[in-house]
Structure formats: C-alpha cells, structure tokens
Design a protein around this ligand. Sequence first.
Ligand SMILES: Nc1nc2c(c(=O)[nH]1)N[C@H]1C(S)=C(S)[C@@H](COP(=O)(O)O)O[C@H]1N2
Ligand SMILES: [Mo]
Length: 346
Amino acid sequence: RPYDAETAVEAFDTWLTPTDRFFVRSHFGPPSAELVYESHWRLRIKGLVDRPLTLSLKDLGQFEEATVTAVVQCAGNGRAFFRPRVPGVQWERGAVGNARWTGVRLRDVLTKAGLHADARHLQVQGADRPVSPETPQFVRSLPIEKALHPDTILAYRMNDEPLPLLHGAPLRLIAPGWMADSCLKWVTDLSVQAEEAQGFYMQTAYRYPLRPIEPGASVAGETLRPVEEMVVKSLIAQPRRGAIFAPGPVTVRGVAWTGEGRVVAVDLSVDQGRTWEAARLVGNTAPYAWRQWEFAWKATRVGPQEIWSRATDDQGRTQPMVSPWNPSGFLWNGVDRVPVEIRSAS
Ligand SMILES: Nc1nc2c(c(=O)[nH]1)N[C@H]1C(S)=C(S)[C@@H](COP(=O)(O)O)O[C@H]1N2
Ligand SMILES: [Mo]
C-alpha cells in the first residue's frame, strides 16, 4: 500500500502548512527515485501541437518563474463523515494544506509547443506506475481553459524549498482552486487532445452526480461530471477535539477556503446552530490560499459543548450541515464541529 497520511488539524495554526506536516496521498506511491532524478527526468509535450517538445528541468529556466499560494485538498477529504459510509481512504479533516508553490506557467510551456485550434483538453501523467499491469495508470486531463489559466503552474518548489519526492518531485501540476486529483505529481507527459482523457481515473473515478441522489442509491443512469472546483469549507484548528477548559475566555482559531473565489465570512456557533457570531478574518490573503480566522469565546456554561464553524464565500455559497451524499464520498464540506468540555475549577 502506498503511504497515505493526513495532517492533525491542530497544525493548521499557520498560514502555510509546513512541508513536513503536509498530507500525503497517491494511488501507487512515488516512482523510483532514479526515474525522477533531475538528470534523467524529462517533460514531454505532444498531441495537438505544432512542435512536440522534450524539456529538461534546466530547460524550464527559459520560462518566467511564477508563484501561487494555494490550498491542495484531496477530493475525498472528510469522506469518513458520509452516512451511509462509502469505500475509499477514510480521511477525516486533515487531507488538505496550504503551501507556496513556485514553478513556471503551464500556459507558457503549451504556447511554446503551439496549440492547434481543436485543442480542448490537456492529458497529464506522472512517472508513477501501478504495481500490477492490470491496474489502470493514473492519467487525468484538464479542460484547456484551466490548463491555459495564468495561475495554473508546473511547480518545482514547495514553501521555497525543492519539491520533495512525496509531493511530486521534480515537477507537479498546481491547478489552484481545484481538488488535488487535478494536481498531478511527478509530471512527465503532457498531451494536448480534442477529448477528455480516456481510462479509469478520468472516466470512472473522480466523478460526481450532477443532481443530488438518495444516500446509498446507485448512480447508474445518472449524469456524472468530473470533480473540479473546491467547495467552501472551514476547519477549527484550536481548540482540539476533547479539550477541557475552566469557564472563561477560549480562543478559537482555524482556517477557511473556497474554490475559485474568496472567503468573505466565517461564523461560529456554540449553541448547536441556534445563533451564529462572526469570527475575525486575520492574517494574509491571496486568491487561492486559505484564510485564517479567530474567535473569542466566553465559555460560561459548564458541561460538554460543541464549537461549530461555517464559512461563506464571495458567491454566497456557504457550508451545509451535511454534504450531499455521493457514492465516492467526494467534496465533504459539512459545518466543522469540535466537541470540548467546560469544567468548573472546584
Ligand atoms: N502522479 C500522481 N499524482 C497525484 C496522485 C497520484 O496518485 N499520482 N494522487 C493525487 C491525489 S488523489 C492527491 S489527494 C494529491 C496529494 O498530493 P500531496 O501528496 O502532495 O498532498 O496528489 C494527486 N496527484
Ligand atoms: Mo486525493
């Protein structure tokens, strides 16, 4: 089994998630290091282009460098909260992080190759391969508009250090605002095409019903669309679940983000959603990054309590109590809830 690890949400008390705490996920694990060793590694660009290209890491130096601070989140983050339960990695809250990604614009590389007029999708693959030849390879595609977006980059640095192997060295795709299944690691092959990529990981996996469906129902006959943009979401980083306090002030802290938009409010409830109060948005702001927030809670009522957080974005989208059930458990963004206890000192 590949190494999968989620971050403890208590670590989300900084704007950038430290690289050594950043969640790790891949289907087959990283490719053997020699395949992606800088002197061997090449990026190939082919398909509907005028000039197929093969680029070394050094060749990427000809393009202007670009940096984007962006949330990367597994489409299945929060899968463990769906009822009825769904198969897949049972992520709770920590399959997400916010990092500074530096590299070159994918658009600049594609422009150098020269796109044909019928270019509609960019197929992307990394150097990783399944152990068994019967297992489909991880091949994905992005609509050409997202591939050509000036904020979509091929990153070789993460938080100002060389990208580590677990996170996709030497080059990974960052499609900011979109779920991480579009952020391919160990990228070696780009192919410009007229159609979406074929194969399991594009045509079957990472798809989501267009209309809400009954929990537990089959999606046969439903229209499924690819998982793309992230949904508005918040997490309570502090206090941690199960924390015990004496009555008095408690500082509640967390993070909130959305897809291709901006978080405009985070509201907190300490009475099971009867009343909500605005948290203060603090710290740095950047288009695809998360926003930190703080809330001063005067905890007076002794006993078990729950702190709830709910973010809203600039398009008026807000977190539901429970996300629409879907058979793969994608896009969970239910109101975050942290149980704590207030205990009188006596
Ligand atoms: N080449 C390749 N890229 C991949 C994957 C993979 O299996 N192979 N997994 C994707 C998934 S499902 C996730 S959630 C993210 C995880 O990125 P991270 O390990 O840097 O957090 O990588 C994505 N990129
Ligand atoms: Mo994922």
